[in-house]
Every structure is written in structure tokens, then in C-alpha cells.
Design a protein around this ligand. Structure first.
Ligand code: KE4
Length: 426
């Protein structure tokens, strides 16, 4: 693999863009080396600026569940662009996507579109606070809900990589209203709720975590949260930016059989263009401006191009739900193949998987929360990442991320990935 052009482009980018990237996780800080600049992509393959072809396991961090440059999505965007790109006025396609999303996801009557997962989670928390009249929220160490101040407390994803989960710039005034618990620790949540009785507006979580690697909730935890929230008048917020329209048509609520009070989306719902969303029953959403007093807005929210990509994507998933079982089977096949190879090589590891989310942890014990995820052997992960990269496999450049399979991946691609694992120098 050669990377001269990527390296030159990175040097140029750093002159004008902080760190040369527009999102820190792209910078390879967690694995070392320089980021690869991609020129184009199609299906399961990335083609970088040096002409290398790579099998892609991040799918733009989740959105491209059907593979890159999926024809129906591309055609929808091109067709829509010819009619204008943005109006600042309502358009029919926003209602078409809203109606489809509401028909696919349980427990929601209405949905508001924004431009990112961060905006969706930030707005959902404001709505929960406005609806309940309470200030505090509980989040879980290692969960990432975007870069809004209230969430950068022991956050996952890129915030972990930089070893500063409590980012500078987040005030104590903000931090005091964000209470921290450990994922899968129901007793710890109960203690926190009792100590702050009557003050908690919401508990927010990734229903299947993906930002400390993939971590699956225990039945006792996720059902326990539902019961506790119902008892205490706390809203349960499912951050489904990763899991929404990936784990099932109805996302994690359907896959886990647990009802949330507010659900947030991103990634897949935009088909690769900037879309976030948050949704709930009509009674809660009625508190949102302009119907109710909780303010939230956005110049490009519901942007027609983004809506057209999202509508094409969700239409495909809604009419071909067998994609979800196809993705699950491919992820299971990859899981089993990598396990076989690493066991043959006597390399201590844990693989967590749920649906088409998967992560490989180089450690002995089970990975059930942020602390156990952080125990992974990061040096070994770095060698794994680069060993796979030089064999044409592009994995998430951090141990604190999930793989995102797309359905354009063939079993031959998966066999190549498994075989590459066999030859990595750890
Ligand atoms: P965005 O604002 O990046 O669209 O979404 C924030 C967000 C919210 N909730 C969850 C569960 C998420 O995973 C994310 C964003 N995910 C990261 C990857 N771990 C996006 C990659 C990046 O930061 O560039």
C-alpha cells in the first residue's frame, strides 16, 4: 500500500483545517499514522487517493448500510438537486420521510428533523427538560451522544481517544446537571436516582452501545431502566443514531423489545447526507416550538436533498427488510471467522456483536462497560488496525468504535478479512 498522495493532502489540509480533519476520529490519533484520503467509493469498497482499494467496515460510521453510492439514493439526490437545493420553506418530501419513519418505528407519533445526531440528542434533552420541568440527566460513561456540552462528560468515541472525556470549555454549571452511571449497572442507576429524587428529567443511553466498542445491554439493565423511568416520572431517551434503521426496521426498540419515551436518529436516516431526528408520542412532541414553548430550529433542517437521500434509503429498507437478516448473518460469519483465527493464534480477545454492529477487544474478560472496554490492549489494537489496513481492510481507527457492516459486503470480502486477520503481526 502506498500513501504519498494522502500524506501530501493531509499536510495541505493541516494548513487550513485544525488537525487536517473536520471530525477528530478521522485523524488516526488512536492508532497512529496519517489518515487516508478517499477519492471515491462504490458498494463495499473505498478507493483512496493513491489508487488503493479497501474493503470498508465503517460505512461512513454507519449511514451507508446498503453500501456506497447506492443507485436509488444517488439518483434521488441528483433528481432533487435539479429542482433547487434549499428553500427555508416547508416541502412535501419532509412529510413523506416523516410519515415513513413514523410507520417503521414503534412508540412515535411525530418526528422533527435536524442536521446531525448531536443536534438530535441535544434537542431531545432540552425537550425532556421542558416537558418534565426538571434539570438533571443521567448518561453512561463511554456513551457518546455528540459533542453538545451536556454530553462531553466521560463521553465515548473520539472524546476517549483524546483522553479528555471532560472537554475543556464545558462549564461546571453544565456538568453539574449531567450525572454519570456505568453501563449495565442497574444498582448504580437506582442509587443515583434515589440521591436526586424528583430532579431527573431523563436517562439517555445508547440502547446498544457503539462508542466504547460495541457493548450489548443486559436484559436486566435495559428493562430495569424502563421500569425505573416509568416509576419515577423520568423520560427514557434512546440514542438510536447508530442503531436506528440498522438493528431492525424499528431499531433497538424493536430489537430489544423496550419502549423509549424519546428516540433520536442520525446516520442511516439521512442515507449519507446530513440528517438527524428526534421523535416521540404526540403528547411530548406538542411541547416543541412552534406548537409549544420548547425552542429548537435549524436553517437547513429538513433540507430537500438530505430528505431525498433519507427517503430513498428508508424506502429500500422498508420494502426489503430481509437486508437486516442478511447483515446479521454476514456479521455472525465474520465474528465466527475472526474468533477461529484468533483462537488458533492463541490471542486473548473478546468480540461483542449485536446485529450488524461488532467490535474486537484484545483483553481476557468480558467487555460490558467503559472500564472493561478501556482494559483492552491498545498497542495490540493498533498493530491489528495497521496490519489489516496494509492488507486492504479498512477498520474503524479506534478501539472505542464499532464496526458497521454494509450489505454490499460479499462473503468473499468477509473471507479476505478473516484471512487477513490470520497474517496480522500482533
Ligand atoms: P453526529 O453529530 O456525529 O452526527 O452524531 C453524534 C452521535 C450521537 N449518538 C451516537 C450514538 C453516535 O454514535 C454519534 C456519532 N458517532 C460517531 C462515531 N462513533 C461519529 C463519527 C465522528 O465523530 O466523526
Amino acid at each position: 500500500m502506498i500513501y504519498q498522495r494522502s500524506s501530501a493532502l493531509f499536510a495541505e489540509a493541516k494548513k487550513y483545517i485544525p488537525g487536517g480533519v473536520n471530525s477528530p476520529v478521522r485523524a488516526f490519533k488512536a492508532v497512529g499514522g496519517e489518515p487516508i484520503f478517499v477519492k471515491r467509493a462504490k458498494g463495499a469498497y473505498l478507493y483512496d487517493e493513491d489508487g488503493n482499494q479497501l474493503i470498508d467496515f465503517i460505512s461512513s460510521w454507519g449511514p451507508l448500510i446498503l453500501g456506497h453510492a447506492y443507485e436509488p439514493v444517488i439518483n434521488a439526490v441528483i433528481e432533487k438537486a435539479r429542482k433547487g437545493t434549499s428553500f427555508g420553506m416547508p416541502t412535501e418530501i419532509e412529510t413523506q420521510l416523516a410519515r415513513l419513519a413514523v410507520s417503521m418505528v414503534p412508540n412515535i407519533d411525530k418526528i422533527r428533523f435536524v442536521n446531525s445526531g448531536t443536534e438530535a440528542c441535544m434537542s431531545a434533552v432540552r425537550l425532556a427538560r421542558g416537558y418534565t420541568g426538571k434539570d438533571k440527566i443521567i448518561k453512561f460513561a463511554g456513551c457518546y451522544h455528540g459533542h453538545s456540552d451536556a454530553f462531553l462528560i466521560q463521553a465515548g468515541s473520539g472524546a476517549v481517544t483524546f483522553g479528555s472525556p471532560n472537554s475543556p470549555g464545558v462549564t461546571q454549571g453544565t456538568a453539574k446537571d449531567t450525572l454519570l452511571a456505568d453501563y449495565n449497572d442497574m444498582d448504580g442507576v437506582k442509587t443515583l436516582v434515589q440521591a436526586n429524587s424528583g430532579e431527573i428529567a431523563a436517562i439517555i443511553l445508547e440502547p446498544v452501545a457503539g462508542n466504547m466498542g460495541c457493548i450489548v445491554p443486559s436484559e436486566q439493565f435495559v428493562h430495569g431502566l424502563r421500569e425505573l423511568c416509568s416509576q419515577e416520572g423520568i423520560l427514557l431517551l434512546f440514542d438510536e443514531v447508530m442503531t436506528g434503521f440498522r438493528l431492525a426496521k424499528g431499531g433497538a426498540q424493536e430489537a430489544l423489545g423496550v419502549d423509549a419515551d424519546i428516540v433520536m436518529f442520525g446516520k442511516v436516516i439521512g442515507g449519507g447526507l446530513p440528517v438527524g431526528a428526534f421523535a416521540a408520542k404526540a403528547e411530548i412532541m406538542a411541547h416543541l416550538a412552534p406548537e409549544g414553548p420548547v425552542y429548537q430550529a435549524g436553517t437547513l433542517s429538513g433540507n430537500p436533498l438530505a430528505m431525498s437521500a433519507g427517503l430513498a434509503m428508508l424506502t429500500e429498507l422498508n420494502t426489503n427488510p430481509e437486508v437486516f437478516s442478511s447483515l446479521d448473518n454476514k456479521t455472525k460469519y465474520l465474528h465466527e471467522g475472526i474468533t477461529t483465527v484468533l483462537e488458533e493464534r492463541g490471542i486473548a480477545h473478546q468480540i461483542n456483536r449485536f446485529g450488524s454492529m461488532l467490535s474486537v477487544h484484545f483483553c481476557e474478560g468480558p467487555v460490558v462497560d467503559f472500564a472493561s472496554s478501556a482494559h483492552g490492549n491498545n498497542d495490540r489494537f493498533k498493530k491489528y488496525f495497521h496490519g489489516m489496513l496494509k492488507r486492504g481492510i479498512y477498520l474503524p481507527p479506534s478501539a472505542f468504535e464499532s464496526y458497521f457492516l454494509n450489505d454490499a459486503l460479499s462473503y468473499s470480502d468477509l473471507d479476505k478479512t478473516i484471512e487477513a486477520t490470520r497474517h496480522c503481526e500482533f
